[in-house]
Design a binder for this molecule. Structure first.
Ligand code: BGC
Length: 748
């Protein structure tokens, strides 16, 4: 035995005996590396799927031989502890395992989908909810989550907008960092902390036509200004890992993209964590057409900087030979292994890889359910309200609850809920029944079996129930499976016969409140005008029912704000607020919609501005929009001083007043526009936000500080610049914020 092997074996003994701090982590890693055979090194960069409750013999043998560094989809203390035991006690070097799982928006207790959480604009809440997810997952032996997803989603046809944090890089960056802090807490080695994996690097949200897995083409300046900032923020918050995207970015698949993985991630950002492929995205370099076969794919990925092969089998089958033949330098493999061992050390796995569920709060406990209720309450966005909401329970004697999503404990959970327990779900129907006085009659009509169903035979019964009621509450939208991975839609209206259902119920003349459960922004033009209120609850999770009942009945006041634009029609997308102005921007009076064009209208008749003849120019509900049961007024916006120097600061502030009758939370938003620059700049960009609670009549001045750094963008030279000149700033409750102030960025 060499000296290094001796150290490695002592390390293994120390790890088994649980002796902490036996040797500094870096030494331990180098000692292990020096003692490893080539096959053991390759083992560390192999992630295998389990996906069942037993350990197959072949996998156990691979663990003993040190041919596996990580497992995904192994859940449960008994199973994961046994996996760790085999790896630790029965392999030569006794290296613990990374155990990965998609803990995306909760574990047993399910919180709103990430897009819904983004609608809270509440980093502290988002952090706390991720912490609960981490505690529940850690008790089941998971030490690594494949979250957060921070792909900027500007095309709601893409099913994965549900998993992301919306269309805006500033909002997504703040929330991404908060999610990482929630999962990892202050110390990755502390019980209950799990490593975060920010994904999918990069540009995945820009897939062509919103069709999952399609190619993405993004100019570098836009990539750097829009798509990369949330990744950088998550990494700045300490994210342990990064996952590559399935897609090709500007022709180079992300899993073989050395510009992304080496230049940006390692060199510019100094990331020293683990880069993991997406599921089989290494062998998929072959169908992408950049690798001749799986061995070639393994070489490309390893050389580009992918440290671990998720379920692809390509590293396991080929990497050892590629190193022996010199195609992949052993030093490269060493760097990959070092990254994996470093993450294991940071997680404290060398000291204690086992889990003990009794150390953690029990999944689905009351405290977790209460947090899930708060999350669902804060994430709901009141899109429209003609005054029907909040319902006055004292005046109700009969309520019609209608629709396929009113009483479905599974569908309200949303996408990516491998470990969610539908048995814990409280549905809106159950919650409304519990909340209303016993004297109030609740008639429930599902009307349509699924949200996709085209069968209209139940609609007349629904309309009859509505006609007899004081109010009809309709629960429509998308069931879980219509969003998420591989579930893109070409038409984002309400699917199935739901538009007909809504129109039939609205046609009765009974006031109608629609509650939407959805994984994406929907095109609601066909229904928005005929109903009295629209409340977007996203897929609200386990406690969606009580949260929605509280909001409908005015026991809680809506405070969510849209993290993504709601178009009128699918054909408008991608439609997002931070677009450039164009040389011919739309003006309210500047264009004529199709139906108003006279026959044989001359060529100039529609107006030479940027709009669609059949959809107009703007969205149905803009970014940042969200109503309340109270009213907020903004006044007296100030920029102090009026000039910003390159090293200075400027304070933009405005007074906000709760001008209504109820207490409420408002998300105060700051937008900025660079008036003249060397490249076209967005018409508005979010640069600050804050959630404030105000009592009726209460006023408060809300201030945001800006530095020149906040005004930088990637200019013609593709370097970050803040160009001197005039800026406008707005503060308000949506991107349509009104009070405006000007300031100047000066040279010095
Ligand atoms: C998804 C990833 C996920 C992985 C593991 C892939 O299909 O794209 O987001 O983390 O599977 O389940």
């Amino acid at each position: 035995m060499t000296a290094n092997e001796g150290r490695a074996v002592r390390h293994a003994e120390a790890a088994r005996s649980g002796a902490p701090g036996w040797v500094a982590a870096a030494d331990r890693i180098e000692a292990l590396l020096a003692a490893m055979t080539l096959s053991e090194k390759v083992g560390q960069v192999v992630q295998r799927n389990l996906g069942e409750e037993n350990i197959p013999r072949e996998l156990a043998a691979a663990l003993r031989e040190g041919r596996v560094g990580s497992i995904l989809n192994a859940v449960g203390a008994e199973l994961t502890n046994e996996l760790q035991r085999v790896a630790l006690e029965e392999s030569r070097l006794g290296i613990p395992l990374l155990v990965g799982r998609d803990v995306i928006h909760g574990f047993r207790t399910v919180f709103p989908i990430p897009l819904g959480q983004a609608a809270t604009w509440d980093p502290e809440g988002v952090r706390a909810w991720a912490r609960i997810a981490a505690l529940e997952a850690a008790g089941a032996g998971v030490n690594w989550t494949f979250a957060p997803t921070v792909d900027i989603g500007r095309d709601p046809r893409w099913g994965r907008v549900a998993e992301g944090l919306g269309e805006d890089p500033y909002l997504a960056s703040g929330l991404a960092a908060a999610l990482v802090r929630g999962f990892q807490d202050h110390d990755l080695a502390a019980p209950g902390s799990i490593a975060a994996c920010v994904k999918h690097f990069a540009g995945y949200g820009a897939v062509e036509a919103g069709r999952d897995y399609a190619a993405a083409s993004i100019p570098e300046a836009e990539l750097r200004d829009v798509h990369l900032p949330p990744f950088e923020a998550a990494i700045g918050a300490g994210a342990g890992a990064v996952m590559t995207a399935f897609t090709a970015l500007n022709g180079v698949p992300a899993t073989a993209n050395d510009f992304l993985l080496r230049t940006v991630l390692r060199e510019e950002w100094g990331f020293d964590g683990v880069v993991v492929s997406d599921w089989r995205s290494i062998p998929e370099l072959v169908p992408h057409g950049v690798a001749t076969d799986e061995a070639d794919a393994a070489a490309l990925a390893a050389l580009a900087g992918v440290d671990m092969d998720m379920a692809g089998g390509a590293y396991a089958a080929h990497l050892e030979r590629l190193v022996r033949e010199g195609r992949v330098p052993e030093a490269r493999l060493d760097a990959m292994v070092r990254a994996v061992l470093r993450m294991k050390a940071r997680l404290g796995l060398f000291d204690d890889p086992y889990t003990d569920p009794s150390r953690f709060p029990s999944p689905g406990c009351d405290r977790h359910l209460e947090a899930a209720r708060e999350a669902a309450t804060r994430s709901a966005v009141l899109l429209k309200n003609d005054g029907v909401l909040p319902l006055d329970a004292r005046r109700l004697s009969r309520v019609a609850v209608i629709g396929p999503l009113a009483d479905d404990g599974y569908e309200q959970l949303g996408t990516w809920v491998f470990d969610g327990d539908p048995g814990l779900s409280r549905t809106p129907l159950a919650a409304l029944r519990a909340a209303l006085e016993p004297g109030v009659r609740v008639d429930f009509v599902r009307a349509i079996e699924t949200t996709r169903s085209l069968d209209t035979t139940g609609i007349p019964t629904a309309a009859e129930a509505a006609a007899r009621a004081d109010v009809a509450i309709l629960f429509v939208g998308e069931e879980s499976i219509l969003s998420g991975e591989a579930h893109s839609r070409a038409d984002i209206r309400l699917p199935g016969a739901q538009e007909r259902l809504v129109r039939a119920v609205a046609g009765t003349g009974t006031p109608v409140a629609v509650v939407l459960m959805t994984g994406r922004p929907l095109a609601l033009a066909a229904v928005a005008d005929v109903v009295d209120a629209l409340l977007c609850a996203w897929h609200p999770g386990t406690m969606g029912g009580p949260a929605i009942a509280d909001l409908l009945l005015g026991r809680a006041t809506p405070s969510g704000k849209l993290p993504a634009t709601f178009p009128r029609m699918t054909g408008q997308v991608p439609l997002y607020y931070a677009h450039p102005n164009t040389g011919r921007p739309p003006r309210a009076d500047g264009f004529t919609p199709m139906e108003q064009l006279p026959p044989r209208a001359p060529q100039h008749s529609a107006g030479y501005v940027s709009f669609h003849l059949d959809a107009g120019a703007g969205p149905l509900f803009p970014f940042g929009h969200g109503l309340s049961y109270t009213r907020f007024e903004y006044a007296d916006i100030r920029a102090e001083p009026a000039e910003l120097t390159p090293d200075g600061r400027i304070t933009i502030s405005a007074e906000i007043r709760n001008a209504g009758e109820r207490p409420g939370d408002e998300v105060v938003q700051l937008y900025v526009r660079d008036r003249v620059a060397s490249v076209t700049r967005p018409v508005r960009e979010l640069k600050g936000f804050r959630r404030v609670s105000l009592e009726p009549g209460e006023r408060r001045r809300v201030s945001f500080e800006l530095t020149a750094a906040a005004l930088t963008f990637h200019g013609r030279e593709l370097r970050p610049v803040a160009e001197p000149g005039a800026f406008h700033a707005w503060i308000g409750g949506s991107v349509r914020a009104e009070p405006r102030v000007s300031f100047e960025l000066v040279e010095s």
